[in-house]
Design a protein around this ligand. Structure first.
Ligand code: C2E
Ligand code: MG
Ligand code: MG
Ligand code: MG
Length: 278
């Protein structure tokens, strides 16, 4: 009997693996055309100041409107875009789209919103990133301080000298540099001080069990204290309940993002839900 189960499960995984491979080839071909076919779209997730309950900014999160598959999440196609190098072009599209969306909201009178954009490693290591950023800021008139570029620890640790010089050029423009998924990567405290950062974004895996898991709580407390000591802002991602929000507030971490406030939503829905009482 157990042999049958083992055989059955092997077969299952084999089939699944085969299917995955075919699927990623299928996606790869379609991904090449997705930009020119205008199939990408950005969703926006609110970032809230819990002490005033005000919307302070949004994070732009890409979605792919696949003609047959529907809305494909980034975890499926971003790795593929990175392998194929397409991520550089896609990333530039994201940056421009996000900043132009902020400009539209600005024109409607919402002048205090920030926009956070995720960068991929290849995009970050490309030599002209600061010129692209500078140009889209000039085209839109968005203040550099309204733009947050999100990087992960692993991205900046890949080639630290290059990362520091790129970040310095970006910092000179006046944009914010946020470390995404903070606490999950390899960076050491000593290293962190060498980077011109503005914000630490606590990874959602620490927030998830913050009420029950003492280790996660200790880590979160440490990150918050560390950020304060280094003069950095700190924001928690993945806040799903009022209890988690209250805990973070009790530790003076007031900036929050997560399903408790809102999932990522299309621009129109964000306007309807958050930008109406003006
Ligand atoms: P991330 O930058 O850490 O984005 C946060 C992810 O957590 C988003 O997933 C968001 O939908 C999800 N999330 C937000 N609040 C909650 C919550 O309360 N609970 C839980 N369980 N999840 C929450 P999403 O949109 O699927 O994006 C996944 C990842 O894909 C992002 O992680 C980011 O690394 C990458 N990504 C998304 N958009 C872009 C992009 O434009 N460029 C690049 N290079 N990467 C992107
Ligand atoms: Mg992010
Ligand atoms: Mg994150
Ligand atoms: Mg992530």
């Amino acid at each position: 009997h157990s042999k049958e189960v083992a055989g059955g499960s092997y077969h299952f995984y084999d089939e699944k693996f085969g299917k995955r491979t075919i699927e990623s080839v299928k996606y790869e071909n379609a991904l090449y055309r997705a930009l020119e076919r205008d199939e990408f779209t950005l969703y926006y997730q609110p970032q809230i100041d819990f002490s005033s309950h005000r919307l302070v900014g949004v994070e732009a999160l890409i979605r792919w409107n696949h003609p047959e598959e529907g809305l494909v999440p980034p975890d499926i196609f971003i790795p593929l875009a990175e392998q194929t190098g397409l991520i550089v072009e896609i990333g530039e599209w994201v940056l421009r789209e996000a900043v132009f969306q902020l400009k539209k909201w600005q024109d409607k009178g919402y002048t205090d919103l920030d926009m956070a954009v995720n960068l991929s490693a290849a995009q970050f290591e490309q030599g002209n990133l600061h010129r692209i950023v500078k140009q889209v800021l000039a085209e839109t008139g968005i203040r550099p301080g309204q733009l947050h570029l999100e990087l992960t620890e692993n991205q900046i640790m890949r080639n630290t000298d290059l990362a520091i010089s790129t970040m310095n050029k970006l910092k000179e423009l006046g944009v914010h540099l946020d470390i995404d998924d903070f606490g999950t990567g390899y960076s050491s405290l000593g290293y962190l001080q060498r980077f011109p950062l503005t914000t630490l974004k606590i990874d959602r895996t620490f927030i998830r069990d913050i009420l029950f898991d003492e280790d996660d709580r200790a880590l979160t407390d440490t990150i918050i204290t560390m950020a304060k000591n280094m003069g950095l802002e700190v924001i928690a991602e993945g806040v799903e309940t009022i209890e988690q929000a209250d805990y973070l507030a009790s530790r003076q971490c007031m900036l929050m993002q997560g399903y408790y406030f809102s999932p990522p939503v299309p621009a129109k829905k964000l306007e309807n839900d958050f930008l109406t009482n003006k």
